[in-house]
Design a protein around this ligand. Sequence first.
Ligand code: SF4
Length: 145
Amino acid sequence: MTHYGDYTQRQTGMYRITTMLNDAQAVQAIATCRHKSFCLKRRLWTVEGLPTDYVTEKSLIPCLEPCALLLEFARKAMRIEQQPKLELSMDDMATIVRALQTALKHPALEVREADFNAPDSPRRICLVLEKLQTALKLASPMETE
Ligand code: SF4
């Protein structure tokens, strides 16, 4: 079965950067991009730390290797990782989480599915949410679900 690391190692040019995501970053990007709200294909290719898709949550159509959309999303995710980071308080993070959850319920209709340069791309919003929720859980495991 295809593995994310092996597949991205074979990429050249602009997609070579997708090899630079570490396992945790790759899992966040893949989990977001293949989420059932965005893609109903059942992912059968692998990456450390993320089980393949369960048949109960996806269609029977198999996904045997990362698609062009996934590669583009992984490329953008790595570009974002390379940017300088800002510090936020936990309460500010919680506010942003709530705002992003609201934004996901009212997605911008004019954003094209593969336009990951758009800050309001639903997949990008999901990726930020995932990062913030993970950070909040790590910072305060007793206070968050
Ligand atoms: S690689 Fe593409 S087609 Fe396959 S599960 Fe992910 S988003 Fe869907």
